[in-house]
Design a protein around this ligand. Structure first.
Ligand code: NAD
Length: 267
């Protein structure tokens, strides 16, 4: 039987998930979304054919799976607001950054299955990366189902220990911005060397995409992929020596540690 899903708080992330699921054949009649404004309800219903409601209680009462998509600061009020409707057999999935399983469980006031996820913005294009962690009430079957849900917006990795979600944040949640920053610097230098911005952006961005595809699709160690294009005394070697002189490992380690530390403070 196809589970019915309620998306509480339809915005960017909910849309990324349900549009990916619709594209992979999940029936629209099994999905409900909620939004506070009539304009958004009309828009999402017209655009995607899913039922849109104003009432979170009504949506939760009709669902097998509830995906919590509001902002972290709104989560407590929203979850406590519908907690009377929660049934033992429901599965809850949160996409809110930094909101812990223990807190969601407390707000739901029931011993139900809960999965916490940390997706990233490329999810909007179906190439996202999400870290997932489940509470003890979540069955192996439910975890498999959640993996298939995230497959509609990209890839996912389960972690056993919730504390590792801080590491996930530093490796994938916040990391698209690291790569954007790197691209910005590359484009600026390309321009400084005299090439126009559009050409610099295309050359650098597609190179990042190509390197990412090699890293994800080939089996060779990442260091070997690097060595394969680094001839002794060649151009690439000069660039890499410059990175080493600036202690690239320390630059990256400091940034990721700062990111994970901030995630811990916000929890
Ligand atoms: P968003 O603002 O686009 O969507 C949230 C929606 O919830 C809004 O449309 C808002 O009107 C609605 N909402 C607020 N209160 C509500 C209520 N009481 N009842 C019904 N609807 C209500 O935000 P977003 O970017 O989709 O982010 C949603 C969640 O996803 C956040 O918790 C965020 O941490 C997480 N997240 C997002 C991204 C991303 O790529 N956008 C990445 C990682 C995590």
């Amino acid at each position: 039987m196809t589970p019915s899903i309620a998306f509480i708080g339809v915005g960017n992330m909910a849309r990324a998930i349900f549009s990916g699921m619709l594209a992979s054949g999940y029936p629209a009649e099994k999905m409900i979304g909620t939004s506070r404004t009539q304009e958004k309800r009309d828009y999402y219903h017209a655009q995607y054919g899913i039922q849109m409601l104003a009432d979170n209680n009504l949506a939760v009462s009709q669902a097998d799976v509830v995906v919590l998509c509001v902002k972290p600061a709104q989560m407590q009020a929203v979850v406590e607001g519908f907690s009377q409707q929660v049934r033992d057999d429901q599965l809850f999935i949160s996409v809110a950054a930094g909101v812990e399983l223990r807190a969601i469980q407390q707000w739901l006031a029931k011993d139900v299955a809960i999965v916490r996820s940390m997706p990233n913005t490329p999810s909007q294009l179906g190439v996202g990366m999400a870290g997932l962690v489940a509470n003890n009430q979540t069955s192996a079957e439910q975890k498999t189902w959640v993996s298939s849900l995230f497959a509609s917006i990209g890839q996912s990795v389960w972690v056993e220990d919730e504390a590792h979600m801080h590491t996930v944040t530093s490796l994938s949640g916040s990391a698209p911005a690291y790569f954007f920053r790197f691209l910005e610097a590359m484009i600026e230098n390309g321009k400084a060397q005299g090439l126009d911005e559009a050409s610099c952006r295309k050359l650098a961005s597609y190179t990042m995409l190509g390197a990412a595809r090699m890293a994800t699709e080939l089996e060779e160690p990442i260091a070997q992929l690097r060595k394969n294009i680094t001839s002794p005394n060649g151009t690439t070697e000069q660039a890499l020596l410059s990175f080493e002189a600036s202690d690239i490992d320390k630059i990256v380690a400091d940034a990721m540690t700062a990111c994970a530390d901030r995630s811990k403070q916000m929890a």
